[in-house]
Every structure is written in structure tokens, then in C-alpha cells.
Ligand binder design. Structure first.
Ligand SMILES: Nc1ncnc2c1ncn2[C@@H]1O[C@H](COP(=O)(O)OP(=O)(O)O)[C@@H](O)[C@H]1O
Ligand SMILES: [Mg+2]
Length: 299
């Protein structure tokens, strides 16, 4: 299958500082991908380069195997950026009509209202009179106006109240069921876990993990117990111990990977082995995860 999104070695430097550092991945049709990472990880910069709105320092971005700036691509994508900015001096329904007219097969106003939960009152308001939450809802409607195959949302739920957030994700899931491809960025682990079929974890401009939510969480929880052992023991024996996921030998040390170091340690002590210089280490992903907001505060 041809990828819908393809980025290769994408890099962006701002005044010599790398905001995005050699990022590559592809996305297939129908995926719901969360670009997850703490603030400043490079999520927005990556998204802007994917969309052709920011020129990469190095690397390439393709959407539907074409340049992201091409008209053919524009007709197939919908975008809601972190800062929703709407044209002033127009009523919401006029702005929507303008966007609908731009696309070959736009969604009807009725459908857009149903998908986004906009009210009649909002449709008749001028855009500069809208609250932050209302603006976001209109931004969502504009992203959907052309009935796109591929949607980009940058931190879509920031500033939404919990009702608006629920409606938003419900619609996103519905769109995914219709076969649309969705990429969204977030710094909420919970949100990525609830919605995405795949999480691409960013930290300091790099992709540090890429997998299903289950795989990512397993990686997060994985810890290791390492030690020197002054006697010989079958590696297979250690491997078969309860809660041990893997055994590796490294520079004269044995390392047991586990999600439950307490239980493994207890068992090791019971065996009365001559363990020396015991160390317990947390998973590599821990640092990035510690900076993520696990529960989204309900406003
Ligand atoms: N236009 C810019 N000029 C200079 N630095 C920038 C610019 N945009 C982003 N950065 C820096 O690049 C890094 C990544 O930013 P960003 O992609 O916005 O992260 P995220 O969206 O994950 O919070 C941050 O250190 C940010 O300060
Ligand atoms: Mg951002």
C-alpha cells in the first residue's frame, strides 16, 4: 500500500538549534496517529513541515506521494493548527461557505453542524465575536469543509471544555471509521492512549518510540535489574523466571528486563545467588513520559 504521509530525515534548525532532528516515518490510510511529546519536543514544527508551511533544513515530506504544497494535495487534506486564526468581518456561515466553495466535493453545512456541534447562534456570529472554544469549533468545521481524506490537528483540545472535547473525539473516531487518516499532536498521554491506533513519541526533536499504545506503555513500564554474578547459572533458567521478559549479557553483567522488578528481586534473593553490584534501571522512555500530562484536567 502507498503511504498517505511520508517523511524522510526531516530536520529543522532555528538559529543553529535543532528543533526537529532527523525524523522519518510513514503513515498508512486509516491510521489514527498521535504525535505525543512534551512541550517543545518538535511536534508543531514537524507538522508544519509535513504540510509544506515551513521549509525543512533537510529532508523531505510527501503527502499522497506529492509535494505538500500542490493543489491536488490541498484538496484532500484538512488542517487545524495550534493557533486557530479566522478571517475577521465575516459571519461564521459566510466563512464556511467560502471554504466549501474552494473544494470540489464539500460537506454540506448541515453535516458540518452535526459533526462539530456548532449552534445556529454561532453560525450567525461574526468570527471576531467568538470565544476561544467557539473559534476552535469553527476551526474544526473549516478543516472538515472539503471532506478531506487526511486530517491534521495540532493540540486540538487545548482550551476546549470537557463537553467539547468529548464531541471532538467522537467525531474523529467516526471519521476514522469512514477510512480517513488522522494525525494529531498532544502532550496528553491519556488522550493519545484513548484515541490513537499508533503513538509516535517525540522528545527533544527526535522520535524515541513508535508503536501501538499498548507497545508504548509496555516500553515505558519496562525496567531492568542488572548485576554481576560470581557463579554460573543457565541464562535459560533466568529467562524462565516469572516476570522476566528478557535476559541480556553486557560487559560482564547480566541484565534482566521486567515490568515487575520487586517480584524478580525477591525471587533472585530466594535463590541465594552470589549477586554483586545490583542496579535497577527504569525504561529509556521514562524521562519523556515524566514530562507528559497523564490526566487531562477537566475545565
Ligand atoms: N519559529 C521559531 N523560531 C525559533 N525557534 C522555534 C520556532 N518554532 C519553534 N521553535 C523551537 O523549536 C522547538 C520545538 O518547538 P515546537 O515544534 O513548537 O514544539 P511542540 O509543538 O512539541 O511544543 C522549541 O524549542 C521551540 O522553542
Ligand atoms: Mg506545538
Amino acid at each position: 500500500m502507498q503511504p498517505v504521509v511520508q517523511i524522510e530525515n526531516l530536520t529543522k534548525e532555528f538559529k543553529g538549534k535543532r528543533a526537529v532532528d532527523d525524523v522519518s516515518f510513514t503513515v498508512q490510510r486509516g491510521e489514527i496517529v498521535a504525535i505525543l511529546g512534551p512541550n517543545g519536543a518538535g511536534k508543531s514544527t514537524t507538522m508544519l513541515m509535513m504540510l509544506g508551511l515551513l521549509k525543512p533544513t533537510a529532508g523531505i515530506a510527501k503527502l499522497f506521494q506529492e509535494e505538500p504544497q500542490s493543489r491536488a494535495v490541498h484538496e484532500r487534506i484538512g488542517v487545524m493548527l495550534q493557533q486557530v486564526s479566522l478571517m475577521d468581518a465575516l459571519k461564521v456561515k459566510e466563512l464556511l461557505a467560502l471554504f466549501q466553495a474552494y473544494y470540489p466535493k464539500p460537506l454540506s453545512l448541515e453535516t458540518l453542524v452535526k459533526l462539530t456541534g456548532m449552534t445556529n447562534g454561532e453560525l450567525d456570529k461574526r468570527t471576531e465575536k467568538l470565544s476561544g472554544g467557539q473559534k476552535r469549533r469553527v476551526g474544526f468545521a473549516l478543516a472538515l469543509a472539503g471532506d478531506p481524506d487526511l486530517l491534521f490537528f495540532d493540540e486540538p483540545t487545548v482550551g476546549m471544555d470537557s463537553t467539547a472535547r468529548k464531541q471532538f473525539w467522537l467525531t474523529v473516531k467516526e471519521l476514522a471509521e469512514q477510512g480517513k487518516t488522522i494525525l494529531f499532536s498532544t502532550h496528553y498521554l491519556q488522550e493519545a492512549d484513548d484515541i490513537a491506533t499508533r503513538i509516535i513519541l517525540f522528545n527533544e526533536g527526535k522520535v524515541i518510540a513508535d508503536g501501538s499504545p499498548i507497545e508504548i506503555k509496555r516500553n515505558l513500564l519496562r525496567q531492568s535489574i542488572s548485576f554481576k554474578l560470581n557463579e554460573t547459572i543457565e541464562k535459560a533458567y533466568l529467562m524462565n523466571m516469572k516476570d522476566v521478559l528478557a535476559v541480556v549479557e553486557d560487559k560482564g553483567r547480566l541484565k534482566l528486563m521486567t515490568e515487575n522488578p520487586d517480584s524478580v528481586l525477591r525471587k533472585l534473593f530466594e535463590l541465594d545467588l552470589r549477586l554483586e553490584d545490583i542496579a535497577i534501571e527504569k525504561g529509556r522512555l521514562e524521562d519523556a513520559f515524566e514530562q507528559l500530562t497523564v490526566e487531562q484536567e477537566v475545565s
